[in-house]
Design a protein around this ligand. Structure first.
Ligand code: FE
Length: 237
């Protein structure tokens, strides 16, 4: 089997949020699909170990925020690589509470959809929730981010808990003069030829020249969490 064929399947980048009473959480989801038109139903795939999964089970509600194309990696990292069990992801995030009590993230979102769970399917590590559309709103005009744009242009990475994670996706070893470095938390590759313009690091900047207060643009890990690309290390996600 060639797992690379799976890279040819297209997805988007979304934040799925839910609540359990007054507790709120949200996470990045790339598997969001409209299933039927009348009534409008939407399916999402969520890892059973995630806090958002627990909240959807509790409230039978979820919202989907469609992220815009120029959403910063750090924002995606906040919702995609950190757990709501350790921090409040809604702190410093613009959101609103819907009448149902379900939160919806507004930052970097072109629109949102709220759905009520009407069915679900056990999919081993994940649950496929089928929701019927309850409310929706366009927030701004703008291009939604696709998963390929996130990977190829933003150079984002995928946590091992995602339904579409592929073990073999770690990029190849360094070719050329300047050493690439890899974040051991999220597998983000710092490529000196590209730098990190969003983080103020110009193209052509060697990893050693980056200020010590720089953090991984995807997950927020500090410089000490980076290893030379091509060297082995213990994976933490
Ligand atoms: Fe990282």
């Amino acid at each position: 089997m060639d797992p690379n064929v799976l890279h040819n399947i297209s997805y988007g980048v979304y934040i799925v949020s839910s609540n359990k009473g007054n507790y709120l959480n949200g996470q990045i989801v790339n598997t969001v699909f409209q299933i039927t038109n009348d009534p409008v139903t939407i399916a999402i795939s969520v890892n059973k170990g995630n806090l958002t999964h627990e909240y959807i089970e509790a409230s039978s509600r979820f919202s989907i925020s469609v992220l815009e194309q120029d959403t910063p990696l750090s924002f995606i990292g906040k919702f995609g690589f950190r757990s709501g069990r350790k921090e409040d992801k809604f702190k410093d995030t613009k959101f609103k509470l819907l009448d149902s009590g379900c939160p919806v993230v507004l930052d970097h979102s072109t629109c949102y959809i709220e759905a009520k769970v009407i069915n679900k399917m056990d999919c081993l590590t994940h649950t496929l929730f089928l929701g019927e559309l309850v409310s929706s709103q366009v927030l701004k005009t703008g291009k939604p981010m696709t998963y390929s744009y996130y990977h190829e242009v933003k150079r984002g990475t995928t946590p091992s808990t995602a339904p579409t994670f592929i073990k073999e996706e770690t990029p190849g070893k360094t070719v050329g003069a300047m050493q690439k470095y890899r974040c051991v938390v999220c597998n983000y590759i710092y490529d000196p030829a590209i730098g990190d313009p969003d983080g103020g690091i110009q193209p052509g900047t060697a990893f050693e020249q980056i200020p010590d207060n720089w953090v991984c643009p995807v997950c927020g890990a500090d410089k000490s969490q980076f290893v030379k690309e091509g060297e082995s290390c213990n994976e933490t996600v």
